[in-house]
Structure formats: structure tokens, C-alpha cells
Design a protein around this ligand. Sequence first.
Ligand code: SF4
Length: 376
Amino acid sequence: MKADADSMTWKTGEHTGVSEHMLLTVEQGKRLIDRLEQKHGLPMAEMTALIDANCPKLRDYVRLKAREIGDRIYGKNIYIRGLIEFTNYCKNDCYYCGIRCSNTKAERYRLSREDIMACCREGKKLGFRTFVLQGGEDPYYTDDCIVDLIHQIRTAFPDCAITLSIGERERESYERFWEAGADRYLLRHETAAESHYQKLHPENLSLKHRKRCLWNLKEIGYQTGCGFMVGSPGQTSEHLAEDFTFIRELQPEMVGIGPFIPHSDTPFAEETQGSMELTLYLLSLLRIQQPDLLLPATTALATIHPRGRELGIGAGANVVMPNLSPVGVRDKYALYDGKVCTGEEAAECRNCLERRMESVGYHIAVGRGDHRNIDF
Ligand code: SF4
């Protein structure tokens, strides 16, 4: 429900199809934002109302606040993560994903250990001090394979952080990766609402297990990242408010959010793309709720707007994740249509991002860019 600038409505009760309209002024919205800043969380109904109240005046208000908070903690630094998409095989069949196992049109690839090490070497030369090993849930890479890979990267690049993003595994596997030297783990929960999770995933995947994995990662000691899509099919403001509640409970070190973008070879091919304005608004609200978060300005944001990354930084993000994968495979790691930056060499990407960050008054920080624990 969209509102006019000064007098806004929102609705609740989406699950039952019953709309319950309430009135919220911009001033009331600002007061809720101030309360979010003080308490670092809002009750579900208020958070839902605040999300539904997304409008230009409130976006300006949260953006300035979010940026001021982010600058206080991380300064003008933007951390870079070198993304190595090492396999696009996946045993899962998430309805929104271009590399889901039943997409027979996806051209599959796997990188060898030598390929991955070459990406890291190139990344190190370019100033990257974090490597993100990302892939589908590919059983080809057994726990032993991943442990060997971590050992090799850890030995060759002792000053670099190793981030894994390889989906759901058993706690014992996560423990082995941690002991081998992995530092961080990204596992988007995609939606914290059970009913919504079931709309996005086949029956064999469960939100309960996904959340259990995230809790395991936190308990083991990883800097843990969760995240969700904005505007995925069937998503309501209440679902988004549940995401904020879950994030408040989990206290992750990172949260990755980006607009939902349909992929033409999935069941969601005809669904509407998520909104950039709402994504930016939510980025700012996340920064305000949990000030010390590492928040990426995602490639999906850059895909739906030519200055999406810069706008993401302006809304409170402080991380960018350029691609270090070999150019020959980049367009094959297509989770959604139209993904940008699939053609440029890593060095070009790095330089382009540097210029983009500088254009909005920030700079790329060379360093691991670890999470800072702040008492708030
Ligand atoms: S979203 Fe992740 S787990 Fe789901 S099909 Fe795609 S790569 Fe696999």
C-alpha cells in the first residue's frame, strides 16, 4: 500500500486477505524510526507499519540517519570482498533461482582447486584481503575437499579472511571448516516467515533447518551473515518485519539484502521485480536497528539501477563484493537475469568500484574488514 507524502496508510492482516487500514503521518513514521534507533528493535506491528510507510520523506530521514551511524562506526571505509563463484551445480530447487537443479538450460561448471587459487592470487595482487567462496549446494565438493581448500588458502594467504557461502551443511561440517581456518559464513535465510518460506522453496527445504544452520554458525564463532530478497513473490510487509525480528534475535555480523529479480527459466519468470526504493529503505532501517552490521551494496541492486551500488552506500551499506571468478564462467552463475559485471576482468571491476565509491565520498579500504563489535 503506497501512501501520499504526509498522510499515509498501511495495511495488516495480509495472510487472511483482510486489510486493516491505519493512518500514519510522516511525523509518526519519524518517531518510530527514532524509537528504532534508541531500542534497536520494534514490535512486529510497529515494524510492519514502518515498512509499509516507505515514502520519499521517510527514506530521506532514514538514509541520513543510517549514513551518520555507519560513518561513526566504520568511517568512510568501504570493504571489498573478492567473490569466487566456484560451482553452479546445486542439488536444491529453490523456485526463484536460475541455477536450481531442474533448470536444464543452465550451463554447469566447476572450478578446480588450481583455478580457485589463481583467483585468490589475482585478488591478493589487487588488494583483496577477503575471499568469498560461493557456490550452489554441490555434493561434489565434500567436506574433505572444502577443508583441503581452506588449508591451502589459509597457508598461501595467512593475512586474508576466508568466507564460505556454500549453503546448509551439518554442524560437524561447519566445525571442521572453522578449525581449518574459515572465518566467516554467509547463508541467506531469504525469509524468516514459515508460510512465505514454503512459497519460495520445495517441500524438502525447511526454514527451521536453515535457521538452525545460522544458529550453529554463530555458536561456532563464525562472523555470520544472513539475508533476504526484497519483493520476492508473496512477500508482505509483515514478512519483512519478521526478517527484522529474526535478525534482532540472531545478531548476525552481516546481512545481505537485494531486490528479487526474476530468472526467465524458473517458475517465477513472470513475477514482478523487487523495488529499489524499498530495498534502500530497508538497508537504512537495518543500519539503524543494528549499527555495527557489515552491509553489502549488492550486485542485484546494481543490476536494477545503474547507480545501485552507490545508492546502496548512500543508504547505509559499507561492503561491496566484486567478482574474482574467471570471466569465462561469470555469466553462468546466473541466479537471476541481467546480472551486471559479468564481462570485466577483476582489475577493471576493482578500479570501476573504486571510482564509484569515490564519487559518493567513500573509499575502498584495503584490509580484512572484520566486523566491529559495538555496544549499542
Ligand atoms: S538459491 Fe542456493 S540453494 Fe537454492 S537452488 Fe539456488 S544455489 Fe541452490
